[in-house]
Write a protein that binds this ligand. Structure first.
Ligand SMILES: O=C(O)CCC(=O)C(=O)O
Ligand SMILES: [Fe+2]
Length: 410
């Protein structure tokens, strides 16, 4: 039978064949995960385009997608990705692991708070309540985070996989994981690797093509096995009562930009994410789409491209009335360049040269340009400031590093 290449997934299901054949003996059972129903409210949704990765291996597909991607990145900065070749079942299992983690008693979760949380360490458990949302009532945020670093220690790359040496998958992360994470650590590792090979690598190749750089320019500085601050995140937003939502101005998390390269957000049925549409400068809701990822470019890519690629501002609002009675569980992946990459504007791109994007904020100010590691921990430390109140201008517009000042986006 003649097969139309456009009908084929863009790679063979190689990761998942491997996953099924080799790793299954270690896969532990999980009860299935069911999503909450979508809102029936007609919200002011953002108009986001969808990048179809099934075109990636078709003739002319990369070129077409590269043009599509750069337009999306320079337009609204957020877009959907579909046909990314990771089975839905694998995604659902990640949500189920996240759910089981958050069902642990608080005392148990608190054992996994990283040393140095106040200094910007972020892997492990970050408890809720570090931010004050309303000064009158003293209401604080209800965001809980569990970050799992990519297993990035090169010396461990080739270690044999067995349940007995599972601690090795902690990579450079010194803390132990709770049992629910340890039991599934290989599956989590496979999932993160697949996000690299099936989503991030293609996006990085497309970005390089769009900037007329060698195709491997960005993949070379985002390799899974090289030390970076990449991590997978299970994130829980605890619900507020309708009265509390009023008190906090219907805002669960203030406007911000992400600090890394791309953020991948798995389908989130509880509407709450809003982007500040750079075209109209208005807040718009992000609608959940079946079998897609929501992707945004972040600060590091913006620095590397001298501001040609935008790091779009976004925030988390109280969900619409018909979804305010549920907790909101999120699954995200934060990709970042290797720690030792210096955040200079890329000089080799003919596009950036032609268009005049040759200096980022650090370079314009004459300040020393940080490595990704320095930048990450500086911004992360600021983000985690204990007891911070978002409306406090000295907090929201702090200088993160000489040459870069945050802006207040509410
Ligand atoms: O939960 C979401 O929808 C977005 C979360 C977010 O923006 C972040 O963690 O940086
Ligand atoms: Fe974010």
């Amino acid at each position: 039978m003649n097969e139309d290449p456009r009908e084929r997934p863009h790679t063979e299901l190689r990761i998942w064949h491997k996953y099924n054949a080799i790793e299954k003996p270690y896969e532990k059972s999980l009860s299935s995960y069911s999503y909450v129903p979508e809102t029936t409210e007609n919200l002011d949704w953002a108009e986001l385009v969808t990048l179809d990765l099934s075109l990636y291996h078709t003739p002319g597909g990369k070129k077409e997608l590269a043009a599509f991607l750069i337009k999306a990145l320079r337009g609204r900065g957020f877009f959907y990705v579909k046909n990314f070749n990771i089975p839905e079942e694998a995604v659902n299992r990640q949500f189920a692991i996240g759910r089981e983690f958050y069902e642990l008693p608080l005392d148990e979760k608190l054992k996994y708070v990283p040393n140095g949380l106040d200094d910007g360490q972020f892997n492990g458990y970050v408890p809720a309540g570090r931010r004050v949302l309303d000064l009158n009532s003293g209401l604080r945020d209800r965001v809980e985070i569990y970050n799992i670093p990519s297993t990035s220690s090169p010396s461990r790359r080739h270690s044999a996989i067995s349940p007995d040496n599972i601690a090795e998958f902690n990579g450079s992360f010194e803390h132990q994981h709770p049992e629910i994470i340890n039991e599934h650590i290989k599956e989590i590792d496979n999932f993160a690797r697949a996000l690299h090979s099936e989503v991030l690598d293609p996006l990085h190749v497309l970005l390089a093509i769009a900037l007329e750089l060698p195709e491997n320019y960005f993949t070379n500085i985002h390799r899974y096995d090289v030390k970076s601050e990449d991590h997978l995140r299970y994130m829980k937003y605890g619900k507020f009562t309708p009265e509390e939502n009023e008190q906090i101005g219907n805002l669960w998390g203030r406007g911000h930009t992400d600090l890394g390269s791309f953020t991948l957000l798995f389908r989130q049925p509880v509407a709450a994410l809003q982007i500040r549409d750079p075209i109209h400068n208005e807040w718009k809701w992000v609608k959940p789409q079946d079998a897609t990822l929501t992707v945004n470019a972040c600060d590091a890519l913006s620095f590397l491209t001298g501001g040609y690629v935008k790091s779009t501002v976004h925030r988390v609002a109280s969900p619409p009335k018909d979804q305010q009675h549920v907790d909101r569980l999120g699954l995200l992946y934060f990709s970042r360049p290797h720690n030792d990459v210096v955040l200079n504007t890329i000089k080799e791109s003919p596009v950036l040269q032609r268009e005049g994007y040759t200096e980022n904020d650090f370079e314009k100010s004459g300040s020393s340009v940080p490595t990704v590691e320095k930048w990450t921990f500086a911004k992360q430390k600021w983000q985690r400031t204990k007891g911070a109140y978002g409306n406090d201008q000295s907090f929201s517009t702090a200088v993160i590093l000489p040459g870069f000042q945050e802006k207040s986006y509410a």
